[in-house]
Design a protein around this ligand. Sequence first.
Ligand code: SAH
Ligand code: SF4
Length: 393
Amino acid sequence: MSAKAPITQDVMTIPRKLPEGPINLVGLTRAQMREVLIENGTPEKQAKMRVGQIWQWIYQWGVRDFAEMTNLAKTYRADLAEKFVIEIPEVVSRQVSEDGTRKYLVRIAGGHEVEVVYIPEEGRGTLCVSSQVGCTLTCSFCHTGTQKLVRNLTSAEIVGQIMMARDDLEEWPVPGEPKDETRLLSNIVLMGMGEPLYNFDNVRDAMKIAMDPEGISLSRRRITLSTSGVVPEIARTAEEIGCLLAISFHATTDETRDILVPINKRWKIKELLQALADYPRASNSERITFEYVMLEGVNDTKEDAHRLIELIKEYNIPAKINLIPFNEWPGAPYKRSSGNRIHAFADIIYKAGYASPIRTPRGEDIMAACGQLKSATERARKSRKQIEAEAGL
Ligand code: SAH
Ligand code: SF4
């Protein structure tokens, strides 16, 4: 990346309603679903009830076929099937790491592909969801940031990643059977490809659907949105989504952060910290997670650790600091800090009274770790091409 790289959010969004063909009901808010049902002939007086019924079938039971919606009249079901579809992204490949991490490559409209990662842990399971194809930002340590092609995902494509994972984990409840309280997919992190706050409306709608108590029903405290620091959207996140927030902080001076996270040139560290200081109050949520990628010789000194604490204290932010050992990718301009360095950094933070967990890289063998998404896709493409060339196709 170049330090002068422009900061843009010039991305295309596919319209929800295509001019022809059936409308996808996935990803619509309750109000939007009501609207399209009425537009397509559902009597206005019945619309709210119909939304409730269809919503439960789609999001509570995981049904994709109108014929299975047995509490609706047969003729109405047939009518729905003519005008609507229930569609989620298609799984192109699925890899399972030695440590149980699953990485999915899914295809979305236009033939684009994004990656979704499922990370099983003791007593919980986290799905790392993508919000864009690629990313318009150009953080110098992140492989997704080197991808040229960018498009915003629709809310259907975002919530569809969660539905796809529930399919694969076989986690939809069966009607009549007791609900399993120990969920395999219990947490969502918006830490896949893309900057979620540059696709605000779709991310918000998708997360609202995931939180809806009559559906996937994930608590807002089990959803974490990670941002590189789109300051004006932070307060909106608190108001309109209310989930937990993680901030890709990564540096303690504007000089270094300008290079690592170029959006810092637009909104400086102090502006960012002020927005973060206001966040927990606004959203009534818990601590903010500071993500800090450990790059050898760049941001990993003891002075950095002390400065980080000073900044967080100055703004009185309830924080936890997540140290991420840098995950390398082909051609990356940085190296991972040594274990000693990372532990010394963590120690300083811990002694200052903040939790400082060191994130264990997961799924490295399948290139599923933080910041590695994209490379695997491209590699897979290359090798497919190579295979074809070798086979003389
Ligand atoms: N765009 C959002 C969310 C996606 S990135 C954001 O930047 O916050 C998710 C996390 O992975 C971010 O904290 C990001 O800084 C970190 N990350 C990116 N590349 C990485 C790499 N190569 N090694 C370790 N962490 C990385
Ligand atoms: Fe985009 Fe986040 Fe990667 Fe930066 S770290 S390039 S914001 S995905």
